[in-house]
Design a protein around this ligand. Structure first.
Ligand code: CAA
Length: 297
């Protein structure tokens, strides 16, 4: 049965798939905007830890005087963790923020399409994978859309909204209105690999890896060059560490494969770091090393 969906709908309950750094950030901004939120991760303990980490973020805001204790408690009251996709049965919208692997995302959307209520919208935070393909796996293609948040989600002001070929106007209107309710500015991007932001960013990060690989300078030289010479808030290598080198490589591979242009070929050094498990901040080592408090050396 196909649901009739007209105009922007109010979204009361949001499900989040994946409790990594993006899933946590998305859950936080949704709960702060007044939505009930449930997070589910393939590893149930991880979902619970994700909720605990969001509490830490909110505690920090309270310590800095940017949030009052009552607002933190109300936000935490809206945040729950679950253990299976079936826990999303009463969600109006589910946002997927799982690792950047096509097979995994297709399987998740197939499962979400089966368990979510008929008029629920399914969004993917994918950085590069085709929304049209993801939508086809869901069995409800007109109610699937890309909702691409930037890292760190609570701080970054942009959400890229990516319509797949079959995405309906009503789905687009609802999700755009919701992102704006989260306090974000939205842009629309076509469903072409990398969309707008990563089509610009990933070649820059990859080129910085080539710079390091070819000995143009040290990691610190390259980052300082871009920070001070181009006035970027972070250098490309430290930004790659923040995003996760596995994610950067996965996006570079999609650009290379899907656009078929060798200018997007991933740097061998990036592949080697990922092979070594040096994935960036989240594991304490990437182009730089990080102590448990995240201090870089
Ligand atoms: N979570 C929540 N808040 C955070 C945070 C995090 N992980 N990291 C920093 N912040 C907050 C800080 O608490 C601080 O808040 P206040 O001003 O309220 O005190 C504020 O952000 C600024 O932080 P800092 O003073 O510590 O450091 P900064 O001024 O250097 O800012 C930064 C940090 C916001 C990360 C900034 O360096 C920046 O904008 N970097 C670029 C980030 C970027 O490009 N992100 C996009 C990546 S691409 C992507 O995500 C898409 C993709 O698909 C790959």
């Amino acid at each position: 049965m196909t649901a009739v969906v007209s105009g922007p709908r109010e979204i009361k309950k949001v499900g989040v798939v994946g409790a990594g750094q993006m899933g946590q950030g998305i859950a936080q901004v949704a709960a702060q905007a007044g939505c009930d939120v449930i997070i589910v991760d393939a590893a149930p303990d991880f979902a619970q830890q994700g909720v605990a980490k969001i509490k830490k973020q909110l505690d920090r805001l309270v310590e800095k005087g940017k949030l009052d204790g009552a607002a933190r408690d109300a936000t935490m009251g809206r945040l729950k963790h679950g253990s299976t996709h079936r826990d999303f049965h009463d969600c109006d919208l589910v946002i997927e923020a799982a690792p950047e692997k096509e097979e995994l995302k297709l399987a998740i959307f197939k499962s979400l399409g089966e368990v979510c209520k008929d008029d629920a919208i399914l969004a993917s935070n994918t950085s590069s994978i085709s929304i049209t393909k993801i939508a086809a796996a869901s069995g409800r293609a007109d109610r699937v859309i890309g909702m691409h948040f930037m890292n760190p989600v609570p701080v970054m002001k942009l959400v890229e909204i990516v319509r797949g070929l079959p995405t309906s106007d009503a789905t687009n209107a609802t999700v755009t209105a919701l992102a704006q309710r989260f306090g974000k500015t939205t842009i629309g991007a076509r469903d072409i690999p990398g969309f707008i932001v990563n089509r610009m960013l990933i070649p820059l990060l990859n080129e910085a890896c080539y710079g390091l690989y070819e000995g143009l300078g040290t990691a610190a030289d390259i980052d300082t060059g871009v920070r001070l010479g181009l006035n970027h808030p972070m250098g490309p290598l430290e930004l790659a560490d923040l995003i996760g080198l596995d994610t950067c490589l996965a996006i570079a591979e999609v650009l290379h494969r899907e656009l078929g242009d060798d200018k997007y070929r991933p740097c061998p050094l990036l592949r080697q770091y990922v092979a070594a498990g040096w994935l960036g901040r989240k594991v304490g080592r990437g182009f730089y090393s990080y102590d448990p408090q995240g201090v870089k050396s």
